[in-house]
Write a protein of this length. Structure first.
Length: 457
């Protein structure tokens, strides 16, 4: 007898029939019959070719969000993937059993978030940020990944780890929270959408540090003869800011650093406040990290007799607070840098008086930083210590002219900056995507996922 019972549809056929154009499904996927897929209006799920998912797994794509799973991805049993902003799993990545990816969480039940005091779990709303798992990464069983995290290509995360901060490529990480244990020479893997950190510097010539250049002067194989004449072709920015940018790129080669050095020679806090305002008005740049330093010219102009350009402490305080107020609106982390002391720019008694006054400005800068939740980098003490202990007996070796820094002075400032960054793990934390209110997250992070949707939709 011939059976008239129609063949049971495959998991792929069932999902395509249920979700239609909200689901993009590649070829030769191995999907379990009990795979649970929930796709809300405006959301989209993309599964590449040869994706393998084991039984008991769930994929939730909430309103407007995107989940994209690349080719040859393997996902183990009872894995849970839930997106309100976006989750991307790169080609060849592997998720073992019972892995949990949530790119969102409830916001705290503050008075602001729940003004009516309504007692339901979703009353406070949600905050979200993308989860990016790069090609070739491996997550062992029972790993949890929280919102805003990027796991680099080939990274291996040990069992039961909680990944609450981003992990670099070619890294083994374990523990709660997941902590890098060692790196290895990773196999070739595509680096998708390199993470870019934007860093701004606002200050005086100590940050600007202009130098005259000629290409021949820096080409080791074609240096001019001793005594030869060369033409200055341009000015370029060097000093501690340039060296810090190189140091960051060397330490974090998988990250792109977009450095904006707005330092300006001779600038007072009055001038720098104008530079900050003009930068926002003309470029609209959002910064991950900003270094802000001012005050040395405010004081120096007074002792030079240029009273119309000098800036008193009260005015300095107003400008500094205004800059911190403004920068806080579009900067994730601010570091206020104390001014370096004056060297032998005048007679000793005058220099002592200048430094006494400048120390008052630095104390004000420290208080303003604290009030705005910014970090304060105190380079005054390291400078005075270095000047006191220099074995050459030449404390002036830190300054080229009593104000501007030599390479040695730049190195002191650079070391203090690197120490602060390491102590507070600033670069590590800035690699995470900031948590935003749910709708704001969709607007901000949507472009990261648009190209993965059909027709960029």
């Amino acid at each position: 007898m011939t059976s008239t019972t129609p063949p049971r549809p495959s998991a792929a056929e069932r999902l395509l029939a249920e979700h239609g154009p909200a689901l993009t499904l590649g070829d030769d996927c191995d999907l379990p019959d009990d795979l649970q897929v929930e796709i809300d209006p405006g959301a989209h799920l993309i599964l590449g070719n040869r994706v393998s998912i084991r039984r008991g797994s769930t994929i939730q794509v909430h309103r407007g969000a995107t989940v994209t799973i690349g080719d040859d991805v393997a996902i183990g049993e009872h894995t849970f993937i839930s997106a309100m902003a976006g989750i991307r799993i790169g080609t060849g990545a592997a998720l073992s059993n019972m892995v949990d990816l949530h790119d969102h969480n409830h916001r705290a039940r503050t008075q602001e978030n729940v003004p009516t005091g309504q007692l339901v779990p979703w009353a406070s709303g949600f905050e979200a940020a993308p989860i990016i798992i790069e090609p070739g990464a491996i997550l062992s069983n029972k790993v949890t990944v929280t919102a805003g995290v990027r796991i680099g290509a080939n990274a291996l995360v040990g069992a039961n780890a909680m990944v609450s901060h981003s992990i670099a490529p070619d890294t083994i990480a374990t523990g709660v929270p997941a902590t890098p244990r060692r790196t290895f020479d990773g196999a070739p893997a595509p680096r998708e959408d390199t993470r870019t950190l934007t860093i701004g510097f606002f200050g005086t010539s100590i940050m600007e540090h202009l130098e005259a250049i000629n290409a021949q002067m820096t080409t080791q194989a074609n240096l001019p003869e001793v005594g030869a004449k060369v033409t200055v072709e341009a000015w370029t920015q060097r000093g501690w800011v340039h060296r810090l940018a190189l140091s960051l790129r060397a330490a974090w080669p998988h990250i792109a650093f977009d450095v904006h050095n707005h330092g300006e020679g001779g600038a007072t806090s009055r001038d720098i406040a104008g530079i900050v305002e003009a930068d926002r008005a003309t470029t609209g740049t959002d910064y991950d990290l900003v270094f802000l330093g001012c005050g040395i010219n405010d004081v120096w102009r007074h002792f030079q007799g240029r009273t119309s350009e000098a800036v008193g402490l009260d005015e300095y305080t107003r400008h500094l607070n205004a800059m911190l107020d403004q920068l806080s609106g579009y900067t994730r982390k601010i570091v206020v840098v104390s001014e370096t002391p004056f060297g032998p720019v005048e007679d000793p008694d005058t220099v002592t008086a200048m430094n006494t006054e400048l120390a008052r400005y630095n104390a004000t800068a420290h208080a303003a930083a604290d009030a705005h939740g910014a970090l304060f980098l105190d380079v005054w003490a390291p400078f005075t210590t270095a000047a006191r202990h220099l074995t050459s007996g030449e404390p002036a070796a830190l300054w080229s002219d009593g104000v501007h820094l030599t390479e040695l002075g730049d190195t002191v400032l650079l070391q203090q900056t690197e120490r602060l960054l390491a102590e507070h793990r600033i670069v590590e934390k800035l690699q995470d995507y900031p948590l935003l209110e749910r709708d704001a997250a969709l607007t901000t992070y949507g472009p990261m996922f648009a190209r993965h949707r059909p027709s960029g939709g």
